[in-house]
Design a binder for this molecule. Structure first.
Ligand SMILES: Nc1nc2c(ncn2[C@@H]2O[C@H](COP(=O)(O)OP(=O)(O)OP(=O)(O)O)[C@@H](O)[C@H]2O)c(=O)[nH]1
Ligand SMILES: [Mg+2]
Length: 285
């Protein structure tokens, strides 16, 4: 028995170089882009609808966007706690973001919808929301869909009421265990959006739960093999191309902003604005 056996080195969790470039921490340009954005038609809003499982971080994402734009942590959309089995968000609410020091609002708005699981929002209601048929403050009913004649049914939706970007919000650490019925719902909603020509994006949230290296430094996100693999797995399961998927860490426990967290949020927000603006252009032609 002799020489010490060398233990095989654990494979590195990192790729040799990042697979997407991002101006980490230097957010001025991206922030200005978002602040200057204006749809071509005066008075037009760009409506972004977020959907996804209970506790995916939909409300937290809206809060995170508000935080980045306001330059301080903001909590308008009530976020639940991670242990909740039922959706915390039950009403259809349009979140407008006021421009700092001005009376006007940004021209993009968010709608946050109840979670997708059993006892969650019905796919039929999401289909109605895409068409602008659901009025604000409607409380989703997991057993029956909104019907014509209801006071919250919008009989004559304008282009402003319709959804211009559909965003699926999905927690990164649960992608491997995604249930077939949830995949099916997402695919069905996607199909409906595609039929209406609505562009679709994905944000993979809670990336800090996917890899401990993100907790150390968010800038590791595009270097980590596991994050890329998680996004690829979701891309294949749901049929959305990788360039439509953005990893995000929401503000959820922080009390101060962090430039690198801001960078990821702005990157995904710019993706939403660009996709939605293209669709608005098509609508107006
Ligand atoms: N670690 C981590 N936790 C997050 C992140 N985003 C949200 N959370 C937490 O996840 C929980 C659920 O977040 P919400 O924003 O309420 O999720 P939701 O999708 O709006 O959930 P429902 O309204 O219930 O459908 C909260 O406890 C958040 O603090 C994230 O990026 N990382
Ligand atoms: Mg919510």
């Amino acid at each position: 028995m002799g020489g010490a056996e060398s233990t095989p080195e654990a494979p590195s969790p990192f790729l040799s170089k990042p697979w997407r470039d991002i101006d980490w921490g230097d957010n001025q340009r991206a922030l200005q882009y978002v602040k200057d954005y204006k749809p071509q038609t005066e008075g037009q809003k760009l409506r972004i609808l977020l959907h996804g499982p209970v506790g995916a971080g939909k409300s937290s994402f809206i809060n995170s966007v508000q935080s980045v734009l306001k330059g301080r942590i903001y909590k308008q959309a009530l976020a639940g706690s991670s242990g909740d089995a039922a959706s915390f968000t039950k009403e259809y609410t349009t979140y407008k973001i006021r421009k700092e020091g001005q009376r006007s609002f940004y021209p993009f708005v968010f709608n946050d919808i109840m979670g997708l699981e059993v006892k969650g929002v019905l796919v039929d209601d999401i289909k109605l929301a895409l068409r602008g048929r659901v009025k604000d403050d409607y409380t989703f009913n997991p057993v029956s869909k909104l019907s014509e004649g209801d006071q919250f049914y919008n009989n004559s939706p304008t282009d402003n009421d319709k959804v211009h970007v559909l965003v699926c919000v999905f927690p990164g650490h649960t992608v491997a265990n995604i249930q077939d019925d949830v995949v099916q719902k997402i695919v069905e909603i996607r199909k409906e959006a595609s039929d209406l020509g609505i562009p679709q994006l994905v944000i993979i949230t809670k990336i800090d739960e996917v890899c401990p290296e993100i907790k150390e430094d968010v800038k590791n996100v595009y270097k980590l093999k596991k994050v890329k693999a998680t996004m690829e797995e979701f891309s294949v399961k749901v049929g959305i191309p990788m360039n439509c998927i953005f990893p995000v860490k929401n503000y959820h426990e922080e009390i101060d902003l962090n430039h690198d967290i801001d960078s990821l949020i702005l990157s995904s927000l710019k993706g939403m604005i660009d996709a939605g603006d293209e669709f608005l252009d098509e609508l107006s032609q």
